[in-house]
Design a protein around this ligand. Structure first.
Ligand code: RP5
Length: 165
């Protein structure tokens, strides 16, 4: 397993599954877990402490509300940790965003966009890290960017065509 994707609750899955999809698209082996910084603190800490020796290279954490998951995981490992803030009522994700992004100096959590965009970007960021030592994966990532660019250029060409009618 090279990537671990942890969510604070199964209720985060709808947001997180985009990360699974993207990791699958790139052929990255991953493990998905529900572990909570507050409800299963011992298990979360143990998972993080053992992650490196279990072959994990990057850990993605998604959580909502007082989202301490990324920070707690990062506190127990030197592996890179990426945080996805999940939106929930009544603060619509601002609470989770601040919890993830305002890590004290010394224990970084690389926070991506909130919600589904963040799940996709967290996986892409993990791919970019793994690609540093994997030329084949680096090529896949460049191909992904090229395909994405082609899609936008095609959409622009289509718009120009519609506007010229
Ligand atoms: C957080 O609290 C979870 O990550 C989730 O986003 C939020 C609510 O959890 P549930 O009450 O849905 O289990 O720890």
């Amino acid at each position: 397993m090279s990537v671990a994707v942890i969510m604070g609750s199964k209720s985060d899955l709808e947001v997180v599954k985009g990360a699974f999809d993207t990791l699958k698209e790139f052929g990255i082996p991953f493990v998905g877990r529900v572990l909570s910084a507050h409800r299963t603190p011992v298990e979360a800490a143990e998972f993080a402490a053992n992650a490196e020796k279990n072959g994990i290279q990057v850990i993605i954490c998604a959580a909502g509300m007082a989202a301490h998951l990324g920070g707690v995981i990062a506190a127990h490992t030197t592996l890179p940790v990426i945080g996805i803030p999940v939106a929930s009522a009544p603060f619509n994700g601002m609470d989770a965003l601040f919890s993830f992004v305002q890590m004290p100096p010394g224990i970084p959590v690389a926070t991506v966009s909130a919600g589904k965009a963040g799940a996709k970007n967290a996986a892409l960021y993990a791919v970019a890290m793994l690609a540093l030592n994997d030329p084949e994966l680096a090529k896949k990532l460049k191909d992904f960017r090229a395909a994405q660019k082609a899609k936008v250029l095609a959409a622009d060409a289509e718009l120009q065509e519609e506007l010229s009618r």
